[in-house]
Design a protein around this ligand. Structure first.
Ligand SMILES: [Zn+2]
Length: 145
């Protein structure tokens, strides 16, 4: 009885689409991450290392006391992060421009009149109906609605 209910709930969850969207996002994200890591380590890192006269940037270390600080490894990671951040930012910009998805500003703030919490991009309080100034601009279409 319990197991039948559990299986039924799982079937609804698994076929609702959300799980597939999530799994797809995670798998594509991981694959993208691997490619960017390789680009930053094997292409850009090695290019910088070659300019600096060393064969591999991850081997670039600074001696410190009796040990060594792995500056090259950190630089590889930093370059990879910057590339991922830039690509994601560009993707969001393109998606917003093509209006493929509705990006709403996240978060809430306090209404200065009634002290209830309202969205950051609200221009009218939903509780006391006072006009408030948006802390963050919503999408351009918001004014026409
Ligand atoms: Zn209010």
């Amino acid at each position: 009885m319990f197991i039948k209910k559990y299986l039924e709930e799982f079937r609804l969850f698994a076929t609702s689409g959300n799980m597939f969207d999530l799994a797809l996002g995670v798998i594509i994200g991981a694959a993208f991450s691997t490619v960017v890591d390789s680009l930053s380590t094997d292409i850009i890192g090695d290019f910088i290392a070659a300019l600096g006269g060393v064969p591999d940037m991850s081997g670039l270390t600074v001696p410190f006391l009796k040990g060594q600080i792995h500056v090259g490894k950190f630089l590889n990671t930093l370059i990879g992060f910057l590339i991922k951040a830039a690509v994601l930012f560009g993707l969001v910009k393109i998606i917003m421009k093509l209006k493929l998805a509705n990006f709403r500003a996240q978060g809430s703030r306090e209404c200065p009149y009634c002290r209830e919490f309202i969205p950051v991009d609200a221009i009218k309080c939903k509780h006391c109906t006072a006009d408030v100034k948006a802390v963050i601009d919503g999408d351009e279409g918001a004014d026409e609605r």
